[in-house]
Design a protein around this ligand. Structure first.
Ligand code: NAD
Ligand code: UDX
Length: 458
């Protein structure tokens, strides 16, 4: 088949894979190729055992793969053939040197810029899909313009707002698509080429075009605002536990104000995921680099509050279990950073598990999708931690249960049966407030919800 355009995506991860699958599905006249240096990932994308778990993703990939969607490790060939290149490589927090622990590590991103220059022999549009510090496009343009081939690269920022666990739906029905470009003739033309892609299925009024820097910074700000809401309600959950107020009632009452809204104000054990912490740290670093220390401090507290919430959860567990958990079996229900994903990056489960293991508890981790990642996260604790996908087997003989991830499955368990299988007194610490606390108390459990009065038999 003759395709009207060749689209390439460099980086076949949580963003590159799903985004390109949907573009291919919705734009049959474009050829979409996704490349990666990681051969195992590409092999998985070419199989029915995809490298990431996302509801609906396998069906979307199967519908387009081999027709106009291709996964490959042939990066230089891909670059040569492409009209438009999306760069969706990882941009983790730097772990070394200047800005360690705060700034974005741009080494993968910079490598791709050099690869693009090396293998291109015609002008192309380069799209920043990765989340990047504001004004990164400037550096990208500098690297790309250092070519002796008399070809032009127009850089566009098109940050991705999908959330894991709902990626396919978020891509099919986005709240908005953001496209930033230089405010020049060639910049506007390139932006239009990207608008044309999304216009295949996204209503035009939801496609926002801005200048490059606004698009780059909007992505960091959106994540900072979302995380700030969670830290705000989590801060209030601590106050609720001192005052017998109920944080769920507060979320409902406060969120009923349409100016505030009901989403992203559910108290939790803390936010996890690969984006929130990394992007706020990056925002803080950028603010400090411009001397905006008060602004930096303001945003940094969103992260500090998140760490406090995780710490508070573990301290409460230890205190309520009579200040010692040595040799006690504790079942962690869930390990992924949220439901409907197997991703455990920055999951509060990692912090909780490590702290409980330091206190010499014996852990069982129960998560249907995140077992493999959990094993990697807890490598080195062999013998003290085991992994059991069946919740009943995981809980058998346990002193306590801690809910880490809000998997629907956990709300449907037979807790009467579970109570008979546990050591007494039996404890439940609900880090997601998803269980029926009154009912559990009536069965005989000592129940410790988040931001609500504890229900105990002693
Ligand atoms: P990821 O780690 O899952 O995937 C990145 C991929 O890029 C990896 O497979 C890696 O092998 C590949 N890669 C790195 N350097 C390469 C190179 N030179 N050539 C070819 N491939 C290369 O990361 P992700 O979660 O998909 O995130 C990608 C970007 O999108 C990040 O900037 C992230 O902040 C942003 N983002 C992520 C999400 C999310 O939910 N995960 C949402 C929105 C935005
Ligand atoms: C986030 C942004 O939502 C998305 O727009 C961006 O593109 C990537 O980062 P993601 O991290 O995949 O997406 O998941 P999200 O649904 O935002 O949840 C992040 C964390 O916040 C999870 O640990 C979740 O459990 C937690 N959370 C969310 C709460 O604790 N309370 C809430 O009310 C909502």
């Amino acid at each position: 088949m003759n395709f009207t355009k060749n689209i390439l995506c460099i980086g076949a991860g949580y963003v590159g894979g799903p985004t390109m699958a949907i573009i291919a599905l919705k734009c049959p006249e474009y050829k979409v190729t996704v490349v990666d240096i990681n051969e195992d990932r590409i092999t998985s994308w070419n199989s029915d055992n995809l490298p990431i778990y996302e509801p609906g993703l396998l069906q979307a990939v199967q519908a387009a793969r081999g027709t106009n969607l291709f996964f490959s490790t042939a990066i230089s060939e891909g670059i040569r053939a492409a009209d438009i290149i999306f760069v969706s490589v990882n941009t983790p927090t730097k772990t070394f040197g200047l800005g360690a622990g705060m700034a974005s590590d741009l080494q993968y991103w910079e490598k791709t810029a050099h690869q693009i220059v090396m293998h291109s022999d015609q002008s192309k549009i380069i799209v920043e899909k990765s989340t990047l510090p504001v004004r990164t496009a400037e550096a990208m343009e500098r690297i790309l313009s250092e070519n002796k081939k008399d070809i032009h690269f127009e850089v566009i920022s098109n940050p991705e707002f999908l959330a894991e666990g709902s990626a396919v739906n978020d891509l099919l029905e986005p709240d908005r698509v953001l496209i930033g470009s230089q405010q020049t003739e060639s910049g506007r033309q390139a932006a239009q080429a990207i608008v044309d892609i999304y216009a295949h299925w996204v209503p035009l009024e939801k496609i926002i075009t801005t200048n490059l820097w606004s698009a780059e910074l909007s992505k960091l700000v959106a994540n900072a605002f979302l995380a700030q809401r969670i830290s705000s309600i989590n801060a209030i959950s601590a106050l609720c536990e001192k005052t017998d107020a109920d944080v769920a009632e507060i979320s409902f009452a406060v969120g009923s104000d349409r100016r505030i809204g009901s989403r992203f104000i559910s108290a939790s054990i803390g936010f996890g995921g690969s984006c929130f912490k990394k992007d706020i740290l990056n925002l803080v670093y950028i603010c400090r680099s411009y001397g905006l220390n008060e602004v930096a401090d303001y945003w940094e507290w969103v992260i500090k509050m998140n760490e406090y919430q995780q710490e508070r959860f573990v301290k409460k567990m230890i205190k309520e279990m009579f200040n010692t958990i040595v040799g006690k079996k504790i079942a962690l229900l869930g390990f992924a950073f949220k439901a409907n994903t197997g991703d455990t990056r920055e999951s509060p489960g990692i912090y909780v598990a490590k702290k409980l293991l330091e206190e010499k508890a014996d852990l069982v981790i129960c998560d249907l999708q995140a077992q493999d990642n959990a094993r990697k996260d807890l490598a080195g604790f062999d013998g003290r931690v085991c992994f059991e996908p069946d919740p009943y087997r995981a809980i058998e003989g346990a002193h306590a249960i801690a809910v880490i991830t809000e998997w629907d499955l956990f709300t449907k368990l037979d807790f009467k049966k579970i109570f008979t299988m546990m050591e007494k007194p039996a404890f439940i610490f609900d880090g997601r407030n998803i269980l029926d606390h009154q009912r559990l108390f009536q069965i005989g459990f000592n129940v410790f919800p988040l931001g609500k009065p504890s229900l105990t038999h002693f």
